[in-house]
Write a protein of this length. Sequence first.
Length: 361
Amino acid sequence: MKTLVMVGAGHSNLIAINLLATSLPLNIEIILISDVAKAPYSGMLPGYLAGNYSEDEIVFDLEKLSLHYNFRLIIGEVIKIDTNANSIKLASGETIIYDCLSINTGIHPQKIEGNEESNEHLIYVKPLSHLIPKWKKIVGRNENDLNFAVVGAGSAGCEVATAITLRRMGKVTLFTRGPQILPELGPGARNKVENQLSKLNIQVRTHSNINSLNSNTLMLNNGQSYQFDYVFITTGAQPNHILGDLTCDEKGFIITNKYLLASEKNNVFASGDCISFDKNPLPKAGVFAVRQGPILASNIQAYLDSHPMTEYRPQKEFLKILLIGDEMALAVRGNKSLKGYFSWKLKEYLDRKFMNKYQKL
């Protein structure tokens, strides 16, 4: 019997499992290794923080999925991948042997310096599974005069700042080291978000390069300091590093070719935010992982059957929908954007449609 091991319960791997479970021959065993039993869906995180969704509505129940799709689930941490021996070592000491491997382990923000006391106040948005219990603790304080900082003013930072504000627990300040928020968007879409942040009384501090967090005091490189109850970090995507012999770019992202195969490997696939696609990093957006899922499934099947593989071709434009208010979102595609209730309902429809595939089994 051949063994397909999937490391990480990211979008690509879960979509591939959905497609492969009913098409692979009976002599194939699928093993999913995840560090959590319930994997959060990033697309619904802002709505969860804002109070629109419960925790159960935004997570994939991996144990339930393993029973439905008949795969083996291992809850554990991968500490080393040896592609020469086709083996994976877990923190538990167990070694898993594979015939084919698929890696979809996501990203985390860049760390900032902090002392031991700062751990109570410092919250990294990724991985989401670590964020959720901390957020539940904050909400459980049931206070409305807290002071929040959000570091990073890309899409994630703006959505997190908005979501926290909608919970009406206190003031939110958004920090960015650049001259403006949302550098990845065009000026028209950016202006709409800026206006909305102003209406929500979210203060934006540009040209603010964060140096460290000492207890609850946020220190900037220019010597300025600010005190906050909680500091959320959304900046700078880094891969969740796994020791091994895979070829990575200078930032540590796994280099993959047009078939989503890891560089110089014929039985190791990688997808989602943890890759540098064809030596050209894609934007860190879930839509790419979702589109990669069917290609990943097809190429895993092709490898196991010794058939030709299908090329993955990233879309040049994609739909991005940002939470920017109470039942309000900004839909952006290319240079066009639409702000309002309709965009929010579209986001809600697409997110729920995706989750229903895995929750209503």
